[in-house]
Design a protein around this ligand. Structure first.
Ligand code: PEP
Ligand code: MG
Length: 930
């Protein structure tokens, strides 16, 4: 026997050591030790699992420990494992340190054999229950421990039901279930070549190994991959052996699951479902539709009161909403399991605010328990309020949000079609854990059976995907890939819309709208702002976006990409004229017409951001982006050249038609005549010659401007050096807009930012334009506009030369999209579609560096630039405006690197605000406040 302790009784295990005991095991220990009524049992550690997976055999001495602990359970329950008189049955449950609901295996009723079965029948007088438990055990053990296909048991079940005309499982009598158990034993013998093991310790030994192996099952591995669960977070599963208590021992027995608060809304009311005279899996699998817990108050008032006490005790101990399982065995309430409740964002936010008010948690805890990323769910689309359609069917509102997509009936098809980029709704009778890959691929889930705590509902809620469950009027047939709703038939590929907030299902695609923020959300984010050191700004290019960003709580604009304004329909022709100009004068003429338009844009943004800083970036993209492509122009020119020939061919057409089909010719003769008169007249204008000539000029220019690597080409500050008049127009538009706003009493704080800077000389050159125009605007308006002048840092050389850049730049803003491209030499346009997926699969990169900041490479460059820049100019303001500015782990890095602000798209601002608070609270000592 090794020196390690492999097994811990619930009364002795350390409830905080989830790594060793798994979340479930640790909780069973903790619950036992705080005096809750938990059935006795013990936990075999995750270390034993790792040793087993490593050696392919249970560690020496483990089963001896298990035997000793079984004897203690026997003592505590007064029952005997394998005993015929008063038999002890146990459940064997998986549980790792991270919750992976349904991803690993669990076996119930272990210890049943003909002798113990007889004992149970004698004890309970309930033959039906005993045979039901036995046949369930044979199936579960057969499937999990012996690897027999589930379908073989299902087929026997269906045959027995048919033979005895039983519509539902519940209609089967004790005799039928006995017959079924016999058939199940046959299946096992046929498939494994051995009789089903009757020795309970052999059952326990084999089951323990099977649960350990399920750690490396496909669905567990897929789940860990999807949710990025690393070995540091969870390594191996524990096995929990718990004395069985039965919820199906008659009408004074029940089983259920509950949340201490409503996980869909956060409301402070115990929420859940139960079934009388049933086993736990009936609730979770959705085999019978359960009753809401509120109904228990009338049905079993005393037990309902005990359940409310249990919920209150759980919350006051864990200081967190709990998701718990309970069983009532002959009037006695047992708590089988508890864990932190998975809730949607709405519920997380509301419970944070309310639990703080109740004194259950501190402000910092209220912030920290909400993961920034889940706030994205509060932006889930809702059905347009104007939509008044009639639902095709209605089920339970199991996970909020609306989604439309094509129907798929199985997870594998969902995975394939999802990868092809299709929007899908996974439609099933009920879902099982092995459908998990279908959940990842689908926009939403619809099931015809099961309650709000069914597998489909729980998993979809965790993922923030809309789900409607238990839409019983839909009859799903996965074999023919059809679903019948009354007379209507739905087929794979048909589009439906589900509304997980109401439970409604509609045919076709229904328009959706975004949601607005709740007061609770505003409260929570206000606390986040109090705590955070980083400010959060938004990237916004138009007044409307700026306004919206402000509503999301943006504390300024960190990036206004002016080229977006150039692309608007009313401006593009002028911009093109400017680009095609042959002389500076012609270019200035076009720019003069753009100036008032740009000025109005800036005024709109300044007004929307009254009192807050606005960083405007001068023109960045290569200019040919504003022109049509050479291929498009060549095609148009070819069509124009063929115009004359087309008219000649048209002239000949009536005569030819007359030969071929005189009736048709007669029918259209008059129209032909009119068309030809018009065409001939038009041809004589020779208009196309002009158009061809103009297009050829454009084509020549487009060809001349074409670059092999445009993203590394004539863009950014390089444009400002070659065509000073473009940047001058923009600088003038910014400063005149600011002057006019100031005159109107608006507090404007413009920041002029130069993109793609690599050397201080570039910056100085642009700065000289700024100084000249500042003086001109000052004279014109007799107003002194104060503003800041700064540089984007998105070129590697800029990081290295940051000390010099800071002589001229009053602020830096990291353009980490380009800086990532430059650091890796990965094209930001192509990498994500071409080779990055191979990099993740091979484990070369963990994350997409265009999404999650590459702290080790790009981050080091940023730190260098910050320190060099501040070496020259103490207090230099530094921000980030690449996509990483809205990504929580990147925000944490920015906090630690000493940045002043992050800037991200408007809808990500709330996420960034919370992430900024988390970053601050993650520092040693937190915010220093309660
Ligand atoms: C960047 O490069 O990070 C940036 C914000 O600029 P753009 O994405 O417009 O190149
Ligand atoms: Mg850039």
């Amino acid at each position: 026997m090794g020196s390690k302790q492999w097994v811990f009784a619930f009364g002795e295990g350390d409830g905080r050591n989830k790594m060793l005991l798994g979340g479930k095991g640790a909780n069973l220990c903790e619950m036992t030790q705080i005096g809750l009524n938990v059935p006795p049992g013990f936990t075999v550690t995750t270390e034993a699992c790792l040793a087993y997976l490593d050696q392919g055999a249970l560690p020496a001495g483990l089963m001896d420990e298990v035997h000793a602990h079984m004897r203690r359970v026997e003592q505590a329950t007064g029952r005997t494992f394998g005993g015929a008189e008063n038999p002890l049955l146990v459940s064997v449950r998986s549980g790792s340190s991270m919750s992976m609901p349904g991803m690993m295996d669990t076996i119930l009723n272990l210890g049943l054999n003909p002798a113990t079965l007889a004992g149970i029948i004698r004890q309970t007088g309930n033959e039906r229950f005993a045979w039901d438990a036995y046949r369930r055990f044979i199936q579960l053990y057969g499937k999990i421990a012996l690897g027999v296909a589930d379908e073989l048991f299902d087929a026997r079940m269906a045959a027995v039901k048919k033979r005895h005309a039983a519509a539902q499982d519940i209609d089967l009598t004790a005799a039928h279930l006995k017959e079924l158990a016999g058939e199940f034993l046959d299946v096992v013998k046929q498939q494994t070549g051995r009789v089903f093991p009757d020795d309970p310790y052999e059952q326990l030994d084999v089951a323990t190994q099977a649960v350990f192996r399920s750690w490396n099952g496909k669905r567990a591995i897929d789940y860990r991959k999807q949710f990025r669960i690393t070995k540091d977070m969870a390594n191996g599963t524990a096995v929990n052996v718990v004395a069985m208590v039965f919820g199906n021992m008659g009408d004074d027995s029940a089983t259920g699951v509950g949340f201490t608060r409503n996980p869909g809304t956060g409301e402070r009311v115990v929420y859940g479902e139960y079934l009388t005279n049933a086993q736990g899996e009936d609730v979770v699998a959705g085999i019978r539709t359960p009753k809401p817990i509120a109904e228990m108050a009338a049905e079993m008032p005393d037990l309902h009161r005990q359940l409310m006490e249990l919920a209150a005790k759980l919350e006051s101990h864990y200081h967190e909403v709990q998701d718990f399982e309970f069983t009532i065995e002959r009037g006695r309430l047992y708590c089988l399991q508890t864990r932190n409740g998975k809730m949607n964002a709405l519920a997380m936010v509301r419970t944070s605010v309310e639990m703080l008010a109740e004194g259950l948690i501190s402000r910092d805890q209220a912030l920290l328990r909400v993961q920034p990323q889940i706030l994205e769910q509060l932006l889930v689309p809702q059905l347009s309020p104007a939509f008044k359609g009639t639902p095709l069917a209605t089920g339970l509102p199991a996970s909020p949000g609306a989604a439309s997509g094509m129907i798929v009936f199985d997870a594998d098809t969902a995975e394939i079609r999802g990868k092809a980029g299709e929007k899908l709704i996974l439609v099933r009778e009920e879902t099982k854990p092995e459908d998990i890959h279908g959940f990842f691929a689908a926009q939403g889930i619809l099931t015809s059976r099961g309650g709000k705590t069914s597998h489909a509902a729980v998993v979809a809620r965790g993922m923030g995907k809309p789900c409607v469950s238990g839409a019983e009027s839909i009859v799903v047939d996965v074999h023919t890939k059809t679903a019948h709703v009354g007379p209507a038939v739905l087929r794979e590929g048909d589009i439906i819309t589900i509304d997980g907030s109401t439970g409604n299902v509609y045919f076709g695609e229904v328009p959706t709208v975004e949601v607005s923020f709740s007061q609770d959300m505003a409260t929570l984010l206000a606390w986040a702002d109090e705590v955070a050191r980083l400010k959060v700004r938004a990237n916004a290019d138009a007044p409307h976006d700026a306004q919206r960003a402000r509503e999301f709580g943006a504390q300024g604009i960190g990036l206004c990409r002016t080229e977006r304004m150039f692309n608007a329909v009313d401006r593009l022709p002028i911009v093109q004229e400017m680009i095609l100009s042959e002389t500076v004068e012609e270019r200035r003429h076009a720019l003069d017409r753009l100036l008032p338009i740009q000025k109005e844009d800036f005024k709109g943004i300044f007004k929307a951001m009254d009192g807050l800083p606005v960083t405007v970036r001068l023109l960045d993209p290569p200019m040919h982006e504003f022109l049509p492509t050479a291929a498009q122009l060549e095609l148009e020119i070819t069509h124009l050249r063929h115009f004359r020939e087309a008219i000649s061919a048209l002239q000949e057409m009536p005569e030819t038609l007359k030969l071929l089909n005189p009736r048709l010719h007669h029918q259209y003769e008059e129209s032909f005549g009119r068309l030809m008169d018009g065409m001939t007249e038009f041809r004589d204008t020779h208009l196309e010659d002009d158009v061809i000539a103009r297009k050829e000029v454009v084509l020549k220019k487009v060809k001349a401007m074409s670059e092999v690597n445009p993203m590394l080409g004539h863009r950014g500050v390089r444009l400002g050096i070659t065509y000073p008049e473009i940047y001058e127009m923009q600088i003038r538009a910014i400063l005149e807009a600011a002057a006019e706003c100031l005159r109107d009493g608006i507090d404007v704080q413009p920041e002029i930012m130069v993109p793609q800077v690599a050397t201080v000389e570039e910056l100085k050159r642009i700065h000289s334009y700024v100084e000249r125009i500042r003086a001109e605007v000052g004279r014109k308006y007799a107003i002194e506009v104060t503003f800041k002048f700064g540089s984007m840092i998105e070129v590697v050389r800029a990081c290295v030369r940051a000390a010099r850049l800071a002589e001229t730049a009053e602020f830096f803003s990291f353009g980490t999209n380009d800086l990532t491209q430059a650091t890796f030499s990965f094209s930001r346009e192509d990498a994500e579609n071409k080779f990055l997926p191979d990099y993740y699969d091979a484990g070369i990169l963990q994350d997409n560096p265009f999404e999650v900041l590459d702290v080790k490479g790009v981050g080091e460059l940023m730190k260098l630039a910050v320190s060099l820049g501040r070496g020259t100019r103490a207090g230099l303001k530094v921000g980030i405006c690449g996509e990483h500015g809205g990504e929580p782990s990147s925000i944490r890095f920015c906090h630690h690197a000493g940045l002043d602000y992050v800037s991200c798209s408007g809808p990500r601002v709330p996420i960034a605000r919370l992430a900024a608070a988390h970053a601050r609270l993650g520092e040693a000592g937190g915010s220093g406040s309660a």
